[in-house]
Design a protein around this ligand. Structure first.
Ligand SMILES: [Zn+2]
Ligand SMILES: [Zn+2]
Length: 341
């Protein structure tokens, strides 16, 4: 089943971390992390509606300036999410520049920065070119079960993870949707029309087979209308389970953290996960609060992720990319001795 999203690593795996998520059927995109994004042309930055920042270490946040520079005067809204302290970081970055004339642009830009606290509450603030990007507090929100964005077709969930500093991991979960086989409807003697929206809703809500569905359409000489039980229409329906896309980076391998990551990414169809060090350097990885390729593979394996893309390789392995990938693959196959031989 094709996802409604198309997700790609921003840079090669030794470059700054980041994943660009394009919507296949809309002119819209998401970005995970704001490191070096020079590879993205302005039109792709202008398509962003939401940016999800894991944490504000420089390799994850230095691209903030370029995004703002390209967006000012050309884009109206931008929502950004980050860990505790994120709003201060955004405020400080914006405060580094002089904004004495942006209020004159035809298109004003409003950046909404939201930070997610340990237990779920969200604090937000707005930075608007009309007020020279001065910080304006917004009402507090909450993220039930980590859900920070909830739209009809998908939700975005986050988990607060440990990188010595708090760091967010993210999951985009498409919701189950219903497709209608129009040719089957026609074979059954029905015509399509606005009533299909009610049919889809009844099916998604799990209404019983005898639930009445109003089947109607307009014809040359008036309106056709009849009531049909939902069960009789089900042969024309196809339930499509949504895809799950996850992004995890800059995390230390300890039991509580691993459990949080596995809970977040369980059943992922596509998991982007950092694989910074080789297992032979695990002590260094722990000290730096990053995963080894083997640890990343074990997490993905425990979460039963279907497809795994490693990234954020340490520059110390420039000549050993194949070793990092091989170690991850071995761990994915459940080989606990991966990378230790
Ligand atoms: Zn990093
Ligand atoms: Zn970091």
């Amino acid at each position: 089943m094709r996802s409604i999203f198309d997700a790609q690593l921003l840079n090669e795996p030794f470059g700054d971390p980041g994943v660009y998520v394009d919507f296949r059927f809309e002119r819209r995109a998401f970005l995970f992390d704001l490191g070096d994004n020079a590879v993205l042309p302005p039109r792709k930055l202008l398509r962003l509606s939401h940016v999800f920042v894991s944490h504000t270490h420089m390799d994850h946040f230095i691209g903030f300036d370029r995004l703002v520079r390209i967006s000012v005067g050309r884009k109206a809204d931008l929502a950004m999410f980050g860990p505790p302290g994120f709003i201060d970081r955004v405020e400080h970055r914006l405060a580094a520049y002089t904004w004495d004339r942006v209020d004159r642009y035809d298109v004003s830009l409003a950046i909404t920065a939201t930070e997610v606290a340990e237990t779920g509450p969200m604090r937000s603030a707005r930075f608007d070119t009309r007020h020279a990007f001065a910080r304006e507090p917004l009402p507090d929100g909450c993220a039930p079960e980590g859900v920070i964005v909830d739209e009809p077709d998908f939700r975005v969930r986050c988990a607060l993870l440990d990188h010595r500093t708090p760091c967010l991991g993210f999951a985009i979960e498409e919701k189950t949707h219903v497709n209608v086989w129009k040719n089957r409807l026609v074979e059954m003697g029905y015509k399509t029309g606005p009533w299909l929206a009610d049919l889809k809703r009844a099916a998604l809500e799990g209404q019983p087979d005898d639930a009445p569905v109003r089947v109607w359409w307009r014809e040359a000489h008036g309106e056709h209308e009849e009531t049909v039980p939902l069960g009789a229409l089900k042969p024309a329906l196809e339930f499509v389970h949504g895809q799950k896309l996850c992004y995890v980076t800059d995390v230390v391998f300890h039991e509580a953290n691993v459990q949080r990551i596995v809970d977040l990414v369980r059943g992922a169809d596509l998991l982007f996960i950092e694989s910074v060090f080789l297992e032979e350097d695990v002590a260094h990885a722990t000290q730096k609060q990053h995963l080894t390729a083997s640890q990343a593979g074990r997490i993905a394996c425990a979460a039963r992720a279907r497809s795994v893309v490693p990234f954020h390789f340490s520059p110390r392995y420039t000549d050993r990319e194949a070793d990092l990938r091989a170690e991850l693959e071995m761990a994915l196959e459940g080989n606990e001795r991966a990378g230790t031989e």
